[in-house]
Design a binder for this molecule. Sequence first.
Ligand code: IPD
Length: 265
Amino acid sequence: MTAERELTELAASIAVQAGELARTRRAEGVQIAATKSVLADIVTDADREVELRIRELLAEARPTDGFLGEESGAERGTSGVTWVVDPIDGTVNYAYGIPAYAVSIAAVEGEPEPLEWTALSAAVFNPAVDELFTATRSAGAWCGDQQLQVNAEPSSAGLLVATGFGYDPAVHAAQFAMLARVMPIARDIRRIGAASLDLAYVAAGRLDAYFERGLWPWDHAAGALLVSEAGGKVGGAGGVAASRELTVAAAPAVFERLLQLIVSD
Ligand code: IPD
């Protein structure tokens, strides 16, 4: 087994264990622990507990790797590999009981910064529906044992496009304007509420495209590898990698057209 595949197996096994913990805590009742950047940006006790569990399991298996997590911050390692973790992506869905949330774990190489890293391995697990998405660099993307392929030839009816909106009301007007520019090429819009699942669904051909401004590294690290390993394109404006500035994912045939509309303000 290649070293990268071993990282994927570890990511998958930890994502499933962590997801099962999240599902158990959800069944017991969710407590909102705090608000973060703005009132709508919440963290639950489960987010913190699940991230801690992931961090412990990773440290046990790979003590010299770095860590970058949504809830517990960053720690540099010495191996050159960093784990980028969102313990519960889709926290608002989780808090409301909507079964669209996921544990997202990626192993990246290089500086732990989206514009600089190379993603090696990814696992996105939605415990509410028991769906596990994995990808390994240069070895494809999978949902369970089914290999994923982006929707290479979207329907002439237009694209099924997902997007997301930041928690801060101050950014909504610009985000709605961006969506309005995309509408002419869309057959419909989805707002699933978990960026890792949006990206996994693009990889699986369940969505034709996804875009969002304001994502954190842990929101897109794993999902972006799923898309590129499923034959899709992921990036930001001006040929750079996906980042907080902009994340766009689609089949190569539609990526540029979509990007042009998004950035044409
Ligand atoms: C959020 C979700 C949401 C996206 C936000 C993210 P969180 O992550 O992925 O879909 O629109 O930008 O911050 O807070 O649930 O981990």
